[in-house]
Design a protein around this ligand. Structure first.
Ligand SMILES: CC(C)(COP(=O)(O)OP(=O)(O)OC[C@H]1O[C@@H](n2cnc3c(N)ncnc32)[C@H](O)[C@@H]1OP(=O)(O)O)[C@@H](O)C(=O)NCCC(=O)NCCS
Length: 234
């Protein structure tokens, strides 16, 4: 007979993930009170240098995988950056993979063989694990079910289409999608993009944004009002 009755076990498995999720949410809100971006770990983390800007949000807990047994990071005492800017909207089930923690060059990618028991010298002679920071800019829209593998920088104003696998940098205001993510277009022409980057409205306080909210729906008028250089080039 089981020590813990089956029904109790089932109940624990049903409720535990929810309890852990709520605990993580509380920790993230405490550390970054101006945004609702949550990841699957308590903050602060020894492995990562995490920054979350203001007024950003994620529709569900962001899953971060990898980086737990990376020799480079341990030896060089590096912390990978996971940064999210201001006003960035993240859909459901974003997965961040800052490191590949299996080793394709070895005979097997099986976890005990690939990552355990590798003498440090041999590791450094034969293989340097791929890893890198993941920087998501300001006013980025990340669609549902996206995966981002580091190192990647996503520029301000970019859109990541639903179900994309991002393995390369994304330019400001670029729209990308697919597996691997490819260029689909730009949100605006170059003049407006450069102007919006100069204005950097995402650093304004909310009062200023609210006072000018109607201009947010008209990009050209918005740039004319707030960017001298855009006005003079028209
Ligand atoms: C990327 C996205 C913004 C593009 O929207 P759009 O500009 O209206 O795109 P269109 O439907 O006009 O399609 C334009 C092209 O992009 C392609 N495309 C659109 N979405 C794509 C995606 N997610 N992945 C890959 N290609 C995509 C289309 O097939 C089309 O290709 P074609 O020109 O070769 O025919 C949108 O499709 C998307 O993925 N939005 C995210 C939705 C979401 O997850 N919302 C969650 C709420 S936060």
């Amino acid at each position: 007979m089981d020590l813990i009755p089956r029904k109790l076990k089932d109940a624990a498995f049903a409720f535990l993930p929810g309890i852990v999720t709520e605990y993580y949410k509380k920790m993230w809100l405490r550390k970054f009170p101006d945004s609702k971006v949550y990841m699957n770990m308590p903050v602060p983390s020894k492995k990562f240098d995490i920054k979350i800007g203001k007024h950003s949000g994620s529709a569900s807990i962001i899953k971060v995988y990898g980086g737990l047994n990376n020799y480079d990071l341990i030896k060089e005492k590096k912390r990978l950056k996971l940064h999210v800017g201001n006003h960035t909207a993240i859909g459901v089930d974003l997965m961040l993979v800052p490191t590949q923690n299996h080793t394709p060059e070895f005979v097997s990618t099986s976890l005990p063989i690939s990552t355990k028991s590798i003498p440090m010298d041999m590791y450094y002679m034969n293989y340097r694990e791929k890893y890198g920071d993941i920087i998501i800019g300001n006013d980025v829209w990340v669609g549902n079910e996206v995966m981002i593998r580091g190192p990647v920088t996503i520029g301000d104003g970019a859109i990541i289409g639903a179900k994309a696998l991002v393995v390369k940098d994304v330019q400001p205001y670029e729209i990308v999608g697919g597996v691997p993510a490819r260029h689909l277009g730009y949100r605006f022409d170059k003049k407006i993009i450069n102007s919006l980057l100069r204005i950097a409205w995402w650093n304004w306080d909310m009062n200023n944004i609210e006072e000018n909210i109607e201009l947010f729906y008209e990009p050209s008028k918005f740039c004319s009002k707030f960017d001298k250089s855009y006005r003079s080039k028209r």
